[in-house]
Design a protein around this ligand. Structure first.
Ligand SMILES: Cc1cc2nc3c(=O)[nH]c(=O)nc-3n(C[C@H](O)[C@H](O)[C@H](O)COP(=O)(O)O)c2cc1C
Length: 213
């Protein structure tokens, strides 16, 4: 499977594609992805999103060092002790861990990054802030998938958020919320597994399962 225009096929096969080829991604496709991003809603239609496209290897390397540090201090130890999440098992979780390690070491080699930011100005970010950028991020992931490009929603750099934003060269009042490393995938798009819908859905009263779910 490569590109697709069937929305449900795209939804069911948009996975974290962490192993990417170094081949450049045409600007026209990056533009198409970003254009899909800004079709998303934002609170009050304020559109305070800003997208920094990074191809400069030196900038990517600087951020990769921080991303790897966050793996070594926080994420790696967590993977070593965690149990597989719903819809996964030990073998799948081990494969995920190995892909996560791969991306950690090769983060900067993705030919293009889209850094999803919010221009907060003097406003203090709060619990609602991400709600105005992650719909755009998801649109971009789906668009990349539709175009046959691999991408991953990454947020780990935010473990060292200030350091990362500085390495990204963001001015005061602008914060990054996600980095999407994008490129042509080495592997194939496969089905997304998340467990049974019924395990996540209640009807009317918390804890009461919906028999149709
Ligand atoms: C909020 C959020 C943050 C994430 N951050 C990272 C990240 O920093 N690095 C990474 O490799 N994957 C990251 N992911 C991807 C998830 O780990 C991924 O969706 C999960 O492993 C399941 O893989 P799949 O989508 O291929 O089924 C993130 C996903 C979400 C929703």
């Amino acid at each position: 499977m490569s590109g697709s225009t069937d929305i449900f096929e795209i939804l069911h096969t948009t996975r974290a594609m962490r192993r990417l080829k170094p081949d450049p991604v045409p600007d026209a496709l990056v533009r198409q992805i970003l254009d899909a991003g800004i079709r998303a809603p934002s609170g009050g239609n304020n559109q305070t999103w800003r997208f920094l496209v990074i191809k400069d290897i030196e900038i990517k390397k600087r951020v990769q060092v921080i991303y790897k540090k966050a793996y070594e201090t926080v994420i790696g130890p967590r993977y070593s002790s965690a149990t597989p999440p719903p819809g996964s098992d030990k073998a799948k979780y081990d494969r995920q861990h190995s892909a996560v390690e791969y991306l950690t070491d090769h983060y900067h080699e993705a030919p293009v990054w889209i850094v999803a930011c919010i221009e907060h100005g003097d406003d203090t970010p709060n619990r609602m802030s991400g709600a105005s950028i992650y719909p755009a991020v998801q649109n971009m992931l789906l668009a990349a998938r539709a175009l046959g490009l691999g991408a991953t929603l990454t947020t780990r750099h935010m473990i060292y958020a200030d350091e990362s934003d500085e390495a990204l060269g963001l001015p005061p009042g602008v914060r990054s919320y996600a980095i999407l490393p994008i490129g042509y995938p080495m592997g194939n798009f496969g089905p997304v597994g998340r467990g049974d819908l019924g395990d996540f859905v209640y009807q009317d009263r918390w804890g009461e399962k919906a028999d149709w779910a």
